[in-house]
Design a protein around this ligand. Structure first.
Ligand code: SF4
Length: 446
């Protein structure tokens, strides 16, 4: 881990981007494909620190360099995966200040009388949902959930938690709740149906799956892999600088532990992704320091298939409601985040443009700033239930083909690990996924 932790300690929260290296030098190094320093990255992401705000002309130069690098590394193809989101539960007591997904777990208890908007699924419900989506043609199920107090790794872990005298383990038996989520291993086994790719268990969930034990992350991920887990989403990373985490997610694991869990996942042979959630209380140096840690992790593991910048959505979050932030990142900042990720992460092949965060127009724009992956269809149970109605957060293969072709690039359906790829013909009458175990080229939704 020594090469992953910062050589000079963490940064003061108040530290502003300060560097005496010129923007031009940093840009020249980026254009030459040299490995960038944190100071270079700060120059590029701020377009030079001697100018207030973003310098538009300089920004274009950074975007251009990143777009050229993208073309050299991965060519003109824009990929996407046919996937389903199956989140098991919204019950979570961790209290991250940027999150509007969770519901306090008390509301899920059998003795709680009032209605609430949250949900928990049993393993058999998860199986049914994945099985149905598999028939529709998905390749992958992605599952990221709240840290429900009843969730444990497996029956052995339940026993350990039941027998513990400690009151700080965020544990309560499943019998106390309306719906039993089962164990993590049961959920993974349930979702591992018919050859689907199971993408689940963030480092934070892995921590929850070992709380109160002396099990290593290797052991936890090893058991999950045996249950059917195929790869691990590198979410819950937020900003990998502890002075920022202490403000936005004090209940979460720290940066070193996040990195330790990711290394362990890679060590047991699981593919991973990595993310950054930016545009809240952090500064430019924090963003670039985050990139440095991800790059060091990738030097170490080689397991990261894609890097996903996630622009903070401030509405309805405690950070915004409490006046701790005024809003999220600007469009200029979003574009520079994508571009500098492409230029700084010289060892990660794919940079993702998240249309859920940037919207359609913004998402397409990011594909000209260094990104080459356009996320997934994110089918969900709610959407399949009302197929043909309001799609909400769903993108069909047809829409992918049309949007990607419109910007002069080649639409390609991919597997989670990018190993299987299929060019989509935008002129075909019927356009649907073909890589999933039961996919036959018909659309996911009719
Ligand atoms: S752990 Fe996840 S679900 Fe829970 S509050 Fe934090 S971000 Fe939200």
């Amino acid at each position: 881990m020594s090469d992953v932790t910062p050589p000079t300690g963490e940064f003061d929260f108040t530290q502003q981007p300060v560097t005496d290296q010129s923007f031009e030098n940093a840009l020249a190094r980026a254009r030459n494909g040299e490995r960038l320093t944190v100071a270079d990255g700060v120059e590029l992401i701020t377009t030079g620190t001697d100018v207030a705000g973003i310098d538009r002309a300089r920004k274009e130069l950074v975007l251009e360099a990143a777009d050229r690098r993208r073309a050299e590394v991965v060519g003109d193809e824009v990929t996407f995966v046919a996937n389903l989101n199956n989140n098991v539960t919204t019950a979570c007591n961790t209290g991250c200040l940027f999150c509007n997904f969770k519901d306090r777990s008390e509301q899920f208890r059998s003795d709680y009388q009032q209605a609430h908007g949250g949900f928990t699924k049993t393993p058999s419900e998860s199986r049914e949902i994945v099985d149905d989506a598999l028939d529709r043609g998905i390749y992958e199920v992605c599952s990221v959930s709240g840290l429900h107090p009843a969730l444990a790794l497996d029956d052995e872990h339940v026993e350990i938690l039941e027998g513990s005298e400690r009151g700080d383990l965020n544990y309560r038996p499943a019998s106390a709740y309306d719906t039993d989520p089962g164990t993590y291993c049961e959920q993974i086994r349930a979702m591992d149906v018919g050859g689907v790719h199971v993408h689940s268990m963030t480092p934070e969930e892995a921590y929850h799956a070992r709380r109160g034990t002396d099990r290593s992350y290797e052991e936890v991920f090893g058991r999950l892999k045996a249950a059917g887990l195929d790869s691990v989403p590198g979410t819950a990373a937020e900003i990998l600088v502890d002075e920022v985490r202490d403000v936005i997610c004090p209940g979460k694991i720290d940066s070193a532990e996040w990195l330790e869990a990711m290394e362990a996942a890679a060590d047991v042979g699981l593919g991973t992704t990595a993310t950054i959630m930016y545009g809240h209380v952090e500064n430019a140096r924090h963003r670039v320091e985050h990139l440095r840690k991800v790059r060091a992790l990738q030097d170490h593991t080689g397991a990261i298939t894609e890097f996903v910048p996630l622009s903070f959505v401030h509405e309805e979050t405690p950070l915004y409601d409490r006046g701790m932030v005024d809003g999220g990142a600007s469009d200029d900042e979003d574009e520079l985040m994508i571009a500098v990720s492409r230029l700084f992460l010289d060892n990660v092949e794919h940079i993702q443009s998240s249309w859920v965060k940037y919207g359609d127009a913004g998402g397409l724009k990011m594909l000209t700033c260094g990104a080459d992956d356009f996320m997934g269809t994110i089918l969900s149970e709610e959407i399949t239930k009302r197929a043909g109605g309001d799609y909400g957060e769903f993108r069909s293969v047809r829409e992918y083909a049309d949007m990607i072709t419109a910007i002069g690039r080649t639409p390609v359906e991919r597997s989670t690990d990018y190993e299987q790829r299929r060019v989509v013909d935008p002129d075909a009458d019927v356009v649907g996924p073909t890589l999933g175990p039961r996919a036959d080229g018909t659309p996911l939704l009719q």
